[in-house]
Design a protein around this ligand. Structure first.
Ligand code: PGA
Length: 254
């Protein structure tokens, strides 16, 4: 009922020509399957190049961030109207944005609303730090990130939104959460969605796992009932490995 999504966050990696090459390799190697959505999110400067490269391939294009205003004096920022024609998705509230660039859930909330206004589907990232995890604060941290980021969002708007659960301690560390751990926490997020919205929203919203997901562990995550896909950083920069993740996802029976 919930379509699997495998999403690539290239972060601040690849020059324009490398991005073009990586996108091309994914088209060449990827046997697209009906029941998997494959999304790539290159750096802004490569958006248009990658957009032209993947046109008609079935790959989806996303951005890694955006500002919430349409235009104005915001030096260095990229607005929703600049990406709306090319990107179907935008990653919002990634833990690197939150911790390195001071993005609060209130800012993430403004960005989610802007994305929805411009028909760009938000991928809302939530996740607890190692300290919060050790101090048994995971559920309270996730609950407040979720409720604050989704403040004022309607049930109807939730149909286009995807959530990514990314424990901060698992991102880029090789210390992936176990499939059981990720499934339990995503189960908690579903309960929170049912409480903030209703059971229908909770049942229909896709929730991805992110944090050192790779071709070796992807099948374990996808076998779990609550996990609908993965948001992939490091492993998505290698065309062969990412392709293998897509193929494994396409073989998963949910
Ligand atoms: P990682 O990054 O796969 O390199 O851990 C995931 C992410 O930050 O989205």
């Amino acid at each position: 009922m919930r379509k699997i999504m495998i999403a690539a966050n290239w972060k601040m990696n690849t020059t324009v020509s490398e991005a073009k090459e990586l996108a091309r390799a994914l088209i060449a190697n990827t046997e697209m399957k009906q029941h998997v959505e494959v999304l790539i999110c290159p750096p802004f400067i490569s958006t248009e190049t990658v957009y032209n490269e993947i046109k008609g391939s079935g790959l989806l294009l996303g951005a890694q961030n955006m500002h919430y205003e349409d235009k104005g004096a915001f030096t260095g920022e990229v607005s929703p109207i600049m990406i709306a024609g090319m990107c179907q998705y935008v990653i919002l509230g990634h833990s690197e944005r939150r911790s390195l660039f001071g993005e609060s859930s209130q800012i993430v909330n403004l960005k989610i609303k802007a994305a929805i206004r411009h028909k760009i589907k938000p991928i809302l990232c939530v996740g607890e730090s190692l300290d919060e995890n050790k101090n048994s604060l995971t559920e309270s941290v996730l609950h407040s990130q979720l409720s604050q980021s989704l403040e004022g969002i309607s049930n109807a708007d939730m149909t286009c939104l995807v959530i990514a659960y990314e424990p901060v301690w698992a991102i880029g560390t090789g210390l992936a959460a176990s499939a059981r751990q990720a499934d339990d926490t995503i189960g908690f997020l579903r309960k929170a969605l049912a409480e903030i919205f209703d059971k229908d929203v909770s049942d229909k919203t896709r929730i991805l796992y992110g944090g050192s997901a790779n071709a070796t562990n992807i099948s374990e995550y996808l076998r779990e009932r609550q996990i609908d896909g993965a948001l992939v950083g490091g492993a998505a920069l290698k065309a062969n490995e990412f392709t293998s993740m897509i193929l494994k996802a396409s073989q998963t029976q949910k």
